[in-house]
Structures are given as structure tokens and as C-alpha cells.
Design a protein around this ligand. Structure first.
Ligand SMILES: Cc1cc2nc3c(=O)[nH]c(=O)nc-3n(C[C@H](O)[C@H](O)[C@H](O)COP(=O)(O)OP(=O)(O)OC[C@H]3O[C@@H](n4cnc5c(N)ncnc54)[C@H](O)[C@@H]3O)c2cc1C
Length: 402
């Protein structure tokens, strides 16, 4: 039986980032992936453009992931505008009064996945094993045994589940999760347009659906439409011409004529929150721990935070000569990541609820929220901090009185 210190299940961006960070510890690490090698060394575009915070940028630079992303795949968010319904009233965020140059960064998901793989593939203490389906995990006092469908087994001191929001390993370890099916879908694609987006991320909360227009390079934007799942089927079946006109109209023709580039992709919206992020010699990271609704763009940013928190605790334990998979350590990880993720998870679901509610009272509250947001610096400061995740942000300081 093969033996490792740590077995990570899932070679998505969270699992690969964790393998990368932890490799500095000298531990012997295996990453076990369901898909073939080709799917992780050369991932295909999946329509997702990921908005990254300043903290994520720092972590990705430290892990050597950022340098592997082609420069032309990175775009910058300098302003953010939030619209409600058909009203022109806008809640605005920008970096004008600060020395930050941008609010955040946009990178296609497939580029992040490829960069995560490219950064970790040469690490001598990381072994990536593909086409493996886990059947069960037997947690012992000193080691766990991971059993695969093909009959093979592997032994590891710590097993980490990074196998998506529908994590099978979470279930195998008996960890329950809150699952919220919004009954809605996110339809994502790229569109070119006549006008310039001026590096502005726009979020329009229309009554039946939300429309996000996120700036990519040149006159191209990432479009994210969230809508009731039966309506998604209708929008997917529109001809390209119908779709182009529909999106341009819904965006109030702010960017002039718009044109679909490539395919439209559809993601059912299900948010998940594991009721514990640990079990005996087992931890959850990435979407397997917290699967967010994409409207606040926190999913992968939180995934990076989770693996960073766990790595730091493990390295600290190794430096002190302690067991790096002890119950005490895993509980500490659980506490720290819950403190960071719980408010964001609940807050995001609350925003989705409020901004997709068609009742008159909800419309009224929304209008109030936008106006209060614009007029009260502390609220704007709080939201900007959520957007940038930059603790030393002078954007934040610029909102402080005096
Ligand atoms: C439309 C959309 C827009 C988004 N926008 C943003 C954004 O702007 N900002 C942001 O931060 N986040 C965003 N996200 C969220 C982000 O995409 C996810 O948080 C991130 O991809 C999760 O990474 P992960 O590695 O945890 O999981 P995944 O990417 O789901 O990877 C899981 C991996 O595990 C493998 N796997 C699954 N089951 C098994 C198994 N049983 N055994 C072995 N391997 C297994 C899978 O093949 C896969 O490789 C968005 C998501 C969507 C849907």
C-alpha cells in the first residue's frame, strides 16, 4: 500500500493550491483526482471568469501561481456599480481616494486551474494520481486508509476533501451540510460591445433576474445572468441575435450593441455550507467546505483562504514537533475558517434573497439599502473591504472621517 503524509482528494484550484502551499513543509503529498490528467493540465474554458481580491492576489503570488497566468488573461476592476430594477440610481465604489489601483482582478477559471497545476507539477514531494474514484475512507488513530473503486488503497496521516460543493468525501466522513437550492441558474458567457466598460463591474438587480457585466480586456465583458431555472432553458435556446439584443436591452444599452463570443454555459445555483470542516484525521477545504452563490464572487477567494489557514496551522505544528493532524489542530482550523466564511455565506444568501424578491416591500428595502450604502461611509467602507479583502486598504482609510 502506498503511504503519504497528506492525501488531498480533488485537483481543482483549491486542492492544487493546498498541495502547493503545503509542499514547503517537506511533507509527502498525494493529490487524487477523478478526472484524467489532460483535464487538469489543459483545462478548457468553462465560461467562469473569477473575480479575485487583493488577498487572493497575495496568496497566489506567494505560491507562484500568479506568474503562471498569461498577462493577457488578467483584467482589472477599477470601479463597481450596483443598480436596482429600472432605476438609474447607482451605488458606486471606486479607488479614487486611495492608493490602491484596482478593486480586484478578473481571471478565467480555466487559466487559474492551469496555473495552479503548472505551479505544483514540478514539486518533488507532490504526486498527482488521476482517474481515481474514492469508495471509502477509514480513519484510524494514527493514519487513515483511502480505498478506491479499482481495489487499490492508500495510507495517509491526514486526508483533505477538496472535491467540490457536492463533495462525496464529506458525506463519506459523515459530515452534514446545509444546502440551499435557489431554484435558479447562472448563465455565463463573454460578449464584445461597442462602448467601453471603463473597467467597471456592474451588478444589476432586475426583478426576475440579476445581470452582472464584468470587465475583461478590450471591449469585452463577462456576462453572468442569474434567473429561474425554467427561464434559463429559454434564454439558452435563443438565437445569438436574439440573445445579443436581449442582454444589450437589459443593460439599458449602456455599452451599445453587444455580441456573444463563444458558448453560453449554465450552472445550477446551489449553495452549500458544511456543518463541520473536520472529522478524525480529515479536513474540508474549498467548495467542499463552503460553496457560495457567485453573486458576491467569494467562492474561490474563500477556497484560497481555507487552504492558507490549514497550511499555516500544519506548518506551525510541524515546527513545534506536534501531530499535524491532531483533533486540536483540526478544531482550530474549523473555528478560524468558520469565523471568516460564515458571515460571508449568510450575507451573500441574504443579498440574493433581498435582491431577487419581487414583493413591493422588498423593492422598497432595496432602494433604501442602495441609498444608505451611498450616503453612509462606514457601510460603504464595510462593503469595499468585502470586495477587496485588503486589510491595509487605504480605500478603507479614505472613507474614515478626517
Ligand atoms: C458561474 C460562477 C461564477 C463564479 N465566479 C466566482 C468569482 O467571481 N470569484 C470567486 O472567488 N469564485 C467564483 N466562483 C466559484 C469558484 O469557481 C469555485 O469556488 C472554485 O472553482 C472551487 O474550487 P474547488 O477546487 O474547491 O472545487 P472544484 O473547482 O469544483 O474542483 C473540484 C475537483 O475535485 C474533483 N473531484 C470531484 N469529486 C471527486 C472525487 N470523488 N474524487 C476525486 N476527485 C473529485 C473534480 O473533478 C475537480 O477537479 C464562481 C462559480 C460559478 C459557478
Amino acid at each position: 500500500m502506498k503511504k503519504f503524509d497528506v492525501a488531498i482528494i480533488g485537483a481543482g484550484p483549491a486542492g492544487l493550491s493546498f498541495a502547493n502551499s503545503l509542499s514547503q513543509s517537506g511533507l509527502n503529498i498525494a493529490v487524487l483526482e477523478l478526472q484524467g490528467l489532460n483535464a487538469i493540465e489543459d483545462p478548457k474554458p468553462d465560461g467562469r471568469e473569477i473575480a479575485l481580491t487583493h488577498l487572493s492576489l497575495k496568496i497566489m503570488k506567494r505560491l507562484g501561481i500568479w506568474d503562471k497566468i498569461p498577462q493577457e488573461h488578467i483584467s482589472y476592476i477599477k470601479k463597481a456599480h450596483v443598480f436596482d430594477g429600472d432605476s438609474d440610481y447607482t451605488l458606486k465604489f471606486d479607488t479614487e481616494k486611495s492608493d490602491l489601483e484596482e478593486l480586484g482582478y478578473m481571471v478565467p477559471n480555466f487559466s487559474i486551474r492551469k496555473a495552479c497545476y503548472d505551479a505544483v507539477k514540478a514539486k518533488e514531494n507532490v504526486t498527482i494520481l488521476n482517474n481515481l474514484k474514492v469508495n471509502s475512507i477509514l480513519a484510524g488513530d494514527k493514519n487513515s486508509v483511502v480505498c478506491f473503486e479499482n481495489g487499490e488503497q492508500l495510507r495517509a496521516k491526514l486526508v483533505v476533501g477538496a472535491d467540490s460543493r457536492f463533495s462525496a468525501t464529506r458525506r463519506m466522513m459523515g459530515i452534514s451540510a446545509d444546502m440551499h437550492d435557489f431554484g435558479r441558474s447562472a448563465l455565463v458567457c463573454r460578449m464584445s460591445h461597442e462602448g467601453s466598460h471603463e473597467q467597471t463591474a456592474s451588478e444589476c438587480f432586475h426583478y426576475e433576474r440579476t445581470l452582472a457585466v464584468l470587465p475583461l480586456n478590450d471591449n469585452i465583458s463577462s456576462i453572468v445572468i442569474t434567473l429561474k431555472s425554467p427561464d434559463a432553458a429559454h434564454v439558452l435556446s435563443m438565437s445569438d441575435e436574439e440573445f445579443n439584443t436581449d442582454v444589450a436591452n437589459r443593460f439599458g444599452n449602456k455599452l451599445g450593441k453587444m455580441k456573444l463570443i463563444g458558448k453560453r454555459f449554465n450552472y445550477p445555483l446551489v449553495a452549500t455550507y458544511a456543518n463541520k470542516f473536520h472529522a478524525k484525521r480529515f479536513a474540508l477545504i474549498g467548495d467542499a467546505a463552503v460553496g457560495m452563490h457567485p453573486v458576491t464572487a467569494h467562492g474561490f477567494n474563500l477556497g484560497l483562504r481555507s487552504q492558507d489557514t490549514l497550511t499555516n496551522l500544519i506548518i506551525d505544528a510541524l515546527n513545534k514537533g506536534e501531530d499535524f493532524a491532531s483533533d486540536t489542530l483540526l478544531r482550530k482550523y474549523n473555528r478560524r475558517h468558520r469565523n471568516v466564511s460564515r458571515p460571508l455565506y449568510l450575507g451573500t444568501n441574504g443579498i440574493v434573497g433581498l435582491f431577487t424578491d419581487d414583493r413591493p416591500i422588498a423593492k422598497l428595502v432595496r432602494k433604501g439599502v442602495l441609498r444608505v450604502g451611498n450616503k453612509f461611509p462606514p457601510i460603504k467602507k464595510f462593503i469595499t473591504h468585502q470586495l477587496t479583502e485588503d486589510n491595509n486598504s487605504s480605500v478603507l482609510k479614505s472613507f474614515l472621517p478626517g
